[in-house]
Design a protein around this ligand. Structure first.
Ligand SMILES: *[C@@H]1O[C@H](CO)[C@@H](O)[C@H](O)[C@H]1NC(C)=O
Ligand SMILES: *[C@@H]1O[C@H](CO)[C@@H](O)[C@H](O)[C@H]1NC(C)=O
Ligand SMILES: *[C@@H]1O[C@H](CO)[C@@H](O)[C@H](O)[C@H]1NC(C)=O
Ligand SMILES: *[C@@H]1O[C@H](CO)[C@@H](O)[C@H](O)[C@H]1NC(C)=O
Ligand SMILES: *[C@@H]1O[C@H](CO)[C@@H](O)[C@H](O)[C@H]1NC(C)=O
Ligand SMILES: *[C@@H]1O[C@H](CO)[C@@H](O)[C@H](O)[C@H]1NC(C)=O
Length: 240
């Protein structure tokens, strides 16, 4: 090898190395894709991505073209899987749908229980100024007697057809309802009990409006949005 070639090689190698400073590693991560989710990038990572890509607390998996987020809610008994419907980097939100909800099955019901208080670590709900939640609770509850209110929809007949064997408490003893209206355990009638809680970010004009099986299904199939912004980019921001 001539001296000139050696120098040239050294320069080439140096250029190669300095072209890839470690600080730029995030940029080197090509966004991954799974099914309909095409832009999986920081803070998210797919299980199959290189180790340095994304944040391990925001790891997604891909099974049969469905992007899955496994959450470990605090004070809970295990992990819960949710389908990822959308990731919006502009407003730092991820929209999740319960895997029990089938698009074509209007009577399908959630498998997992989740509430405002069991949101996974590293996420929060979006709260508008004046503390209006953009996300509303969905409550499934059973009573030994029939109720008659436009804000409750009876789903007793959905239970056997649904995939939600977790919603089974008073299955054949009474009537099971769903509501998107605010319902605290204290204003449930004696003998009624909550079976399962879920959430939706579907823009409901009025949570106290009449509910139907179809509007319940649309709300569940839209899913709920949670935000990673405060945890990843904004640890010291004031509450919005
Ligand atoms: C993908 O996400 C990155 C942020 O992580 C964003 O800068 C980029 O515009 C997004 N691309 C598309 C096609 O949405
Ligand atoms: C996933 O989608 C790709 C492209 O649309 C398709 O070729 C493949 O068969 C799908 N895989 C599964 C498991 O559905
Ligand atoms: C975030 O952006 C998506 C896509 O534009 C939109 O559908 C969603 O409503 C937005 N969420 C919030 C909380 O602004
Ligand atoms: C019931 O809930 C548990 C915990 O969320 C879950 O692991 C299980 O798969 C659910 N069962 C059904 C049939 O959905
Ligand atoms: C569902 O209904 C079928 C027949 O209608 C019945 O045989 C079965 O036991 C029911 N399953 C449950 C979990 O109630
Ligand atoms: C809601 O339901 C009640 C009773 O079922 C009915 O009288 C009323 O017109 C309904 N309101 C709307 C906005 O649909």
């Amino acid at each position: 090898m001539s001296g000139e070639t050696k120098i040239l090689l050294t320069i080439l190698i140096f250029m190669q190395l300095s072209g890839t400073p470690f600080a730029d590693q995030r940029q080197q991560c090509v966004p991954s894709s799974c099914g309909n989710i095409h832009n999986i990038s920081y803070p998210f990572r797919l299980k199959s991505d290189p180790k340095h890509c994304g944040n391990e607390n925001y790891e997604l998996s891909c099974e049969g073209n469905r992007t899955i987020f496994t959450i470990f809610p605090h004070n809970w008994y295990g992990s819960l899987n949710y389908y990822v419907q959308a990731i919006n980097y502009a407003n730092s939100t991820i929209r999740l749908v319960d895997p029990g909800i089938r698009d074509q099955v209007i009577c399908s019901l959630p498998q997992n229980s989740i509430t405002f208080y069991t949101i996974p670590l590293g996420f929060n709900l979006i709260i508008r100024p004046h503390f209006v939640h953009l996300t509303v609770p969905i409550t499934l509850f059973s009573c030994p007697f029939a109720l008659n209110s436009p804000v409750f929809v009876e789903i007793t007949n959905c239970l056997n057809k649904s995939y939600a064997s977790n919603v089974s408490s008073d299955l054949f003893k009474g009537h099971t309802y769903a509501t998107m209206a605010e319902l605290s355990p204290s204003n449930l009638k004696v003998g009624c009990s909550v079976d399962l809680m879920s959430m939706t970010s579907w823009r409901i004009q009025d949570a106290n409006a009449n509910i139907s099986i179809l509007s319940l299904h649309n709300a569940l199939a839209y899913g709920f949005e949670i935000s990673w912004f405060r945890h990843v980019y904004c640890t010291k921001c004031p509450l919005e």
